[in-house]
Design a binder for this molecule. Structure first.
Ligand code: KIV
Length: 254
């Protein structure tokens, strides 16, 4: 079945949890699609897990377009969502409209994701009015890592929790059909989820009460042996398996 903004909305209403994974290339996207994952996000985590940067700030529109088009070619049924990179929408609404439109025109994706709360709502409203579906992203927003002082859990104080709730409601009001909640206490994510009527919450490190979950594919697969957030469940140990295969190949050739 083809996943669309409407089917994801219906999943929220039916209490049918939404599955989302990050994907960066054609072959992996095809496997995820064939496995029935509802939505594939070409996250700007691309910069860290595929391109070797320290954070997501160096990722460009060209990087994102290149990888989003590859993922879209591998996704028959999954909804493909492109992440808008740092400074592709923060300077002006016009920049945001222009760059979001590029994703739809040049890659075949069906929606875009952008970070921020009330401050991006004018853009979210204009995008949805123009027919570009939007996923919001609040809590830990990696593009603001320098302002947040690191990759930390958000919404811990009563004031921060209220702001997160207000931001989620504002994004829903502006037309976002889903909102990623990253590194948010479970009880707060549950409250946000319950208070939203149309926008589905997609949690990452936000507990089990969200309408859906997203993970960085490389973390789930155990691709690297470097840092991995505590909330990630590893479903494979590709790091060991691939290293063993490469060593076996090298030994055979020698
Ligand atoms: O860039 C990314 O992979 C993301 C997810 C962690 C939600 O934004």
């Amino acid at each position: 079945m083809k996943n669309t903004v409407s089917t994801l909305r219906q999943q929220k209403l039916d209490g049918d949890k939404i599955t989302m994974l990050t994907a960066y290339d054609y072959s992996t996207a095809k496997l995820m699609d064939e496995s029935g994952v509802n939505a594939l996000l070409i996250g700007d985590s691309l910069g860290m897990v595929m391109l070797g940067y320290e954070d997501t700030l160096s990722v460009t529109m060209e990087d994102m377009i290149h990888h989003t088009a590859a993922v879209a070619r591998g996704a028959k049924d999954a909804l493909v969502v492109a992440d808008m990179p740092f400074m592709s929408y923060q300077a002006s609404v016009v920049d945001g409209m222009y760059n979001a439109a590029r994703f739809l025109k040049e890659t075949g994706c069906a929606a875009v994701k952008l970070e921020g709360g009330a401050e991006v709502c004018e853009l979210v409203q204009k995008l949805t009015q123009a027919g570009i579906p939007v996923v919001g992203h609040i809590g830990l927003t990696p593009q603001s890592v320098n302002q947040l002082g690191g990759f930390k859990v958000q919404g811990k104080s009563a004031e921060a929790a209220q702001k997160l709730l207000d931001d989620a409601r504002a994004l829903e009001q502006a037309g976002a059909f889903a909102i990623v909640l990253e590194c948010v206490p479970e009880a707060l994510a549950a409250k946000v989820t319950e208070s939203l009527k149309t926008a589905a919450t997609i949690g990452i490190g936000a507990g089990k009460y969200c309408d859906g979950q997203v993970l960085v594919c490389n973390d789930l697969l155990g691709y690297t042996d470097g840092f991995c957030p505590k909330f990630v469940k590893r479903y494979a140990d590709l790091h060991s398996e691939m290293t063993a295969a490469f060593k076996a190949y090298a030994a055979d050739v020698k």
